[in-house]
Design a protein around this ligand. Structure first.
Ligand SMILES: [Zn+2]
Length: 421
């Protein structure tokens, strides 16, 4: 069934985005780290605005903000839509905030045009996704979905040594009781029936293919490793080439092999070494030890697994051939999160009906939606990012691109919450 042609007021959303961007620590771009004064002010501002949009507003124990539009028929399962409010240091104004501002605007418009929905819809502004202040990603949506249980807030600290619990308490969250850590988790939800997230792509695929909308089929799974290659540190002048056990030369061979294999595997596989440490790191000493990181991502679990296994076999062969020792430690393993096929189909239908260009794609970045995907049908909508840049003050999507995403989100929420079946 064709949804009514509803032009959600994009101007309201764009103004909201500008207002949210003002809640930032000083410096280039937007810096809104978890449980800082600018974060608190933004979450407070959102609560007031959600109330102004006719939503029933509440917060949970970790500071996620929700705006609820009660359904007239079904209230037991909630259609949840939104994104995160925190940013990276010197980030942009669209990552996260766009999904929240668009969801609020869409619900406001739907309610004003059609009255209350049949099924309950909520906007979520998750307190944290990036893990920029504390070394925990998805602290907000992780509590809603049960990844976190509120414990651990005492043992994790930011760069200044402030514990997560102390930071929460400074915002009036958590509890000041001695058993506070055990008391944080009242955020777990069992009533989420569906999750929908609108987000900027943070990549260049939509811009390069000149398409307005990305219908996300899956969020990639990730593997991270630290690799230690050990040889013998020795005099750079007195050790002949044939008698060396050069850890850096071995690591270099491994990294080039990694790149070749990744290129051969093709999209959507990506493999990156972002950090490399050479020990002792002295111009006249043959490197005795090299530590480097690996970040490998793919949307299919089996292919991710077999690629990583193949890489490790290759690394071991290179190390053996050069008389080097190899130590590999896995530091992260997340499974790919497939989005709901039926919801993807509905999104494609909406794009057709609205005359928008769209493509199926994989998200190479992590998102709150990946925590919901194992629990309930989840969907993600992408809009283009200029030059594929994100996590930077240069992050930009045009008003027209942002408005197109809002149109699609609004139509989807209409279909899900207002239509009979
Ligand atoms: Zn984000």
């Amino acid at each position: 069934m064709t949804p009514p042609l509803l032009k959600a007021p994009a101007r309201e959303m764009l103004a909201l985005l500008e207002e949210l961007a003002a809640f930032s620590a000083p410096g280039p771009g937007v810096t809104r780290l978890l449980y800082t004064p600018e974060w608190s002010s933004a979450q407070q501002f959102l609560q007031e605005r959600m109330a102004g949009c006719g939503l029933e507003v509440y917060t949970d124990s970790v500071g996620n903000v929700f705006g609820r539009l009660n359904g007239s028929l079904h209230r037991d399962k909630v259609i949840l839509t939104g994104s995160h409010m925190d940013t990276v240091v010197n980030g942009g104004k669209y990552d996260g905030a766009y999904g929240v501002a668009a969801a609020m605007t869409a619900l406001h418009a739907l309610q004003q045009t059609f009255g209350p929905p049949l099924r309950t819809v909520e906007v979520a502004a998750f307190c944290e996704e990036e893990g920029s202040r504390f070394p925990l990603t998805f602290w907000g949506s992780g509590h809603v979905t049960g990844l976190y249980d509120g414990s651990g807030a005492e043992s994790v600290a930011d760069a200044e040594g402030v514990t997560l619990m102390a930071a929460m308490q400074a915002c009036g969250l958590g509890s000041d009781r001695p058993d506070a850590a055990a008391n944080v988790n009242t955020s777990l939800r069992n009533d989420i029936g569906m999750y929908v997230e609108l987000h900027i792509e943070q990549g260049i695929i939509l811009e390069q293919s000149a398409q307005q909308i990305g219908v996300v089929q899956a969020i990639v799974g990730q593997r991270r490793y630290t690799v230690k290659v050990s040889g013998t540190a020795n005099h750079a002048g007195t050790t002949p080439m044939g008698l060396r056990r050069d850890a850096l030369a071995g690591a270099a061979e491994m990294l080039l092999a990694l790149e070749r294999s990744a290129v051969k595997a093709g999209d959507p596989l990506v493999a990156t070494t972002g950090r490399l440490e050479v020990i002792p790191g002295t111009p006249n000493v043959i490197p005795g030890e090299v530590l480097f990181t690996l970040d490998i991502r793919h949307s299919e679990a089996e292919q991710l697994e077999s690629f990583c296994t193949g890489i490790m076999t290759g690394f071991a062969e290179i190390a053996a051939g050069r008389g080097l020792a190899l130590e590999v430690k896995q530091t992260l393993a997340t499974a790919p999160a497939p989005m709901d096929k039926e919801l993807c189909g509905v999104l494609e239908q909406i794009c057709l009906e609205q005359g928008k260009t769209w493509r199926s794609m994989v998200s190479g970045a992590g998102h709150d939606a990946q925590l919901f995907a194992p629990k309930c049908p989840a969907a993600m909508i992408f809009v283009p990012s200029r030059a594929g840049i994100s996590h930077s003050p240069e992050e930009y999507s045009s008003p027209e691109e942002l408005a197109a995403g809002l149109d699609v989100l609004t139509a989807l929420l209409y279909k899900l919450a207002y239509e009979e079946s």
